[in-house]
Design a binder for this molecule. Structure first.
Ligand code: HEM
Length: 416
């Protein structure tokens, strides 16, 4: 039975679809072709939204950040979640990370971290990141030739990188990993602490409590880590309030690792499914920067962000009304046949590769340079040491409409 456009639209709001590549991309391909600006009004449990599936349209909307705002609905949550956020915003206690903000606040708050994350500063961190990559490949070797690559390797490495940049003690890393998975794996029964908005809020509050302590410690004794930069930042001579400080930690600690670990696992999976591309990359290591971006395009770990229109707007002859929200579908934009040659082919030498996995414009991913270095350092360490590697079971993906990728990748391997 063939899929209707209405069903395809609802698929974008179904977390389980994101654990089934075929189902997801069948729906997205149909939408790009038949209804690229598509009103989804009957996705069970969700408020209506426009599904934006074409690369050019995602760009057009992201570019116009004065007309299309992140507030009040920066990402797709259930109607219950939207309602809770509205109430908390009215009470002045809603989460306010960079992705919840618009100018002028966004520009000022982003500047606090922007210096830290600029490509030049990231390159200075490269030796430390390479050391961590080596530590994780050594760990793979110690595991003796069989493991679940996701749970035993990929999830830990980016977490280590970002938490050591923040300046957290190693003894707290496991706790952060668990909290992040509870927050981002929110729709997945394997990961979540609880499905309700209240239970998700409890996870957030745990984050906040932890980081409030850290802020106090860094204000008392500043160091040169990122946590000190955040804790001691001043805007118009005033420190950030507790809520904005904690929100900054939350965005960096969470955005910084599930995304990158999903890319590494999904990138390895793509190489296993395309042994010709794995061979090619081993023979031509100079392709690595292209391969990294192809892995990022292929996996597209951030599935969506949203924007809300401040005035009526015509897009492809369709009128988006003031106050309506648009879901920017990054996985769909990154398979757009009008932009990518043979988009469903994994090509480690793809050039050009104008993917939108990091978004675009003023909210463009702050950690993009870091993410690229991390993925590259990992594969530059792994590939020369591989004698063989193969799948050793069925991979499984996270059911989520937000950030995710593989949650299990059983592999068998032999390392030098
Ligand atoms: C924002 C993707 C890694 C920190 C974003 C956005 C996307 C994204 C799509 C929203 C962009 C937009 O609205 O236009 C990714 C992907 C990653 C990754 C695919 C890995 C492959 C990281 C890392 C960090 C990070 C490693 C930090 C350590 C952030 C922050 C924002 C952001 C702070 C908010 C920026 C803003 O709103 O101004 N990322 N990200 N990300 N990302 Fe990343």
């Amino acid at each position: 039975m063939s899929l209707t456009v209405a069903e395809a639209g609802r698929t974008l709001a179904d977390p389980t679809a994101y654990a089934d590549d075929r189902r997801l991309h069948d729906a997205m391909t149909l939408l790009r072709r038949e209804s690229p600006v598509h009103w989804v009004e009957d996705a069970p449990g969700y408020n209506p939204f426009w599904a934006i599936t074409k690369h050019a349209d995602v760009l057009e909307i992201e570019r116009d950040h004065a007309r299309f705002l992140n507030a009040p609905r920066p990402l797709l949550g259930t109607a219950e979640f939207d309602q809770m956020n509205r109430e908390r915003a009215e009470q002045g206690i809603a989460l306010r990370t960079l992705i919840h903000m618009d100018d002028p606040d966004h520009r000022v708050i982003r500047a606090i971290g922007a210096d830290w994350f600029r490509p030049k500063a990231m390159r200075a961190l490269e030796p430390r990141i390479k050391e961590l990559a080596k530590r994780y490949v050594d760990r793979l070797a110690e595991l003796g030739g069989e493991c679940d690559f996701v749970q035993q390797a990929a999830v830990h490495y980016p977490l280590y990188v970002i938490l050591s940049l923040l300046g957290l003690p190693e003894s707290d890393f496991d706790r952060m990993l668990k909290l992040t998975q509870e927050l981002f794996g929110g729709d997945d029964s394997d990961m979540r602490r609880g499905a309700t908005a209240e239970e998700q809020l409890a996870v957030l509050m745990d984050f906040f409590a932890y980081f409030q302590e850290l802020t106090q410690a860094r204000r008392a004794n500043p160091t040169d880590d990122l946590a000190s930069a955040i804790a001691n930042a001043r805007i118009d001579g005033e420190p950030l309030n507790d809520f904005d400080t904690a929100s900054y930690y939350v965005i960096v600690a969470t955005a910084g690792h599930d995304t990158t670990s999903s890319t590494i696992s999904g990138g390895l999976h793509a190489l296993l499914e395309n042994p010709g591309e794995l061979d090619r990359l081993r023979r031509q290591p100079e392709l690595m920067p292209y391969a990294v971006d192809e892995m990022i395009r292929w996996v597209t770990p951030v599935k969506e962000f949203m924007r809300t229109a401040t005035q009526d707007y015509d897009l492809r002859g369709v009128t988006i009304r003031k106050g309506e929200s648009m879901l920017l579908s990054y996985p769909s934009a990154n398979r757009d046949e009008e932009v990518f040659d043979d988009p469903f082919r994994f090509d480690v030498g793809r050039d050009p590769n104008k993917h939108l996995a990091f978004g675009f414009g003023v909210h463009y991913c702050l950690g993009a340079a870091l993410a690229r270095i991390e993925v590259r350092a990992f594969f530059e360490e792994l590939l020369p040491r591989l004698e063989s590697i193969e799948l050793n079971g069925t991979p499984e993906s996270t059911a989520t409409t937000f950030v995710g990728g593989l949650k299990r990748l059983p592999v068998r391997y032999s390392l030098k």
